[in-house]
Design a protein around this ligand. Structure first.
Ligand code: ASP
Ligand code: MG
Length: 443
């Protein structure tokens, strides 16, 4: 079996939905389980509707939501009453919320949001049936997605994995299930957190030990670098999970790696594919870095994060190593500010942060340990590849940047060889990406 997840843009219009149905039909032999997001923008609209209802209004928002879905149904030539049940329930919820005025709980906010996926799954299943693929829409809980009661950020119960497997494998037609939502044991509807449909797909894929999980989006996959800066950027066909984490953390906005963790733990590969270019190969994310190590290209891809601040702490007292490093970390922990890169020498430590909200406090506290210098306007470049730690790779990276007079600092290479990360001046970022791309990836 395969899990096919379609994001908000992929179900964002009648045209996109008919594309989606055609793609699912193409994969019919591989027993697809379809997971969908809400129509793009609808979750945000439902949140606005909830707040407006709590303040006694919301009718206009309700009408526009209704209109948006009715238009899609009409353009697809599906029955206008296909979503009547969901809209009836949503309207009742809106009226009830109005009566309770002012009391919008996390629980009712989740209930409002659940309608996005309940509507989109109904439409996608309707379109599939129309083109001859027997199909039915299911709210995820009907297929075993039972969660804890953390509204807004729920997690599936361990027992729900076996339940999902049992329920889904027993189905005779293609299920189109809601991403993002589930139910508690008490029967209350919850959400898994924003962007949670990828998470649903990963959970279902893990539960089924699926052959693969396909995440269909509006991008081609992970790219060698940001194509808006380097137009020659190409799709990276395979990445290890750890590499995807590094790229995403340092700026690649393809997917939140955390959401696919259940798939990685179960050893199920995750493919990123483009709904609007279904013939593309996309990017496959595999769980094992070791497997890729040495096999793939030296440098596979790189990303960057701007708005970085470097903090240097110098103190001769570092010399006797009496716990100063630990004290430095405690200060960052106190201000809940995470450190991205660290470089040390005997008498100093340099760190980078991207969140300067508590910079004054951090500097004040660090000053008790030594002399502090803050430099802003920096960027981090992160490079990954199956053998980025091979002899000579670091040499080539810094030689070529040096030839173009781009100074580099705070070089950090993970010991396992997953990435090479360093800091450049923010103004040099674009130039550095071009040079590195030309050197390691080519045109
Ligand atoms: N519709 C939800 C959201 O917008 C979940 C998702 O799209 O993944 O956050
Ligand atoms: Mg979304």
């Amino acid at each position: 079996m395969i899990v096919m997840k379609f994001g908000g843009t992929s179900v964002g219009s009648a045209k996109a939905i008919s594309e989606v149905a055609a793609i699912v039909k193409m994969y019919k032999k591989r027993k697809p389980v379809v997971v969908v997001s809400a129509v793009s923008g609808v979750t945000d609209t439902l949140i606005r509707l909830a707040h407006a209802a709590a303040e006694g209004g919301g009718a206009d928002i309700f009408q526009s939501l209704h209109g948006r879905h009715a238009d899609i149904l009409q353009d697809l030539k599906l029955s206008p009453s296909l979503c009547a049940k969901q809209f009836g329930e949503l309207e009742a919820l809106m009226k009830l919320t109005r009566r309770k005025k002012g009391k919008l709980t996390k629980k009712s906010l989740d209930l409002f949001q659940s309608f996005g996926e309940r509507l989109s799954s109904t439409i996608v299943a309707g379109q599939l049936a129309k083109i001859g693929v027997p199909s039915r829409a299911y709210p995820a809980w009907e297929l075993g997605m039972i969660t804890n009661a953390v509204f807004g950020d729920a997690e599936p119960l361990p027992s729900s994995f076996a339940l999902m497997k049992k329920k889904i494998t027993a189905l005779k037609t293609v299920p189109v299930m809601t991403g993002f939502i589930g139910k508690t044991e008490k029967g209350e509807i919850v959400t898994l957190g924003r962007g949670g449909s990828d998470y649903t797909a990963a959970i279902v894929g893990a539960a089924l030990k699926a052959e693969a999980i396909q995440i269909w989006k509006e991008v081609d996959g992970f790219m060698t670098t940001d194509p808006r800066i380097v137009p020659e950027a190409k799709v990276v066909h395979e990445l290890a999970f750890e590499e995807a984490c590094e790229l995403a953390y340092f700026g690649a906005k393809v997917l939140h790696p955390k959401t696919i963790l259940p798939a990685m733990e179960a050893g199920v590969p995750v493919q990123i594919l483009n709904t609007f270019k279904p013939e593309g190969k996309g990017t496959t994310i595999v769980s094992s870095f070791e497997e890729r190590h040495g096999k793939s290209k030296t440098v596979e891809a790189f990303s960057r994060k701007k708005g970085i601040t470097v903090i240097h702490v110098r103190s001769p007292e570092f010399f006797d190593g009496s716990g100063l490093m630990a004290n430095v970390f405690k200060i960052f922990e106190k201000y809940r500010t995470s450190i991205d890169l660290i470089a040390t020498s005997v008498v100093s430590i340099s760190l980078t942060i991207d969140d300067c909200e508590n910079l004054d406090g951090i500097v004040h506290d660090l000053s008790s340990l030594g002399e502090v210098k803050v430099v802003s306007g920096k960027a981090i470049i992160c490079m990954v590849g199956g053998s980025i730690n091979a002899a000579g790779v670091a040499g080539r990276i810094f030689t070529v940047l040096g030839q173009h007079e781009i100074p580099v600092e705070m070089i950090s290479q993970a010991a396992g060889g997953v990435s090479m990360t360093f800091v450049v001046d923010e103004n040099d970022t674009e130039r550095a990406l071009h040079i590195l791309h030309e050197t390691f990836i080519g045109r």
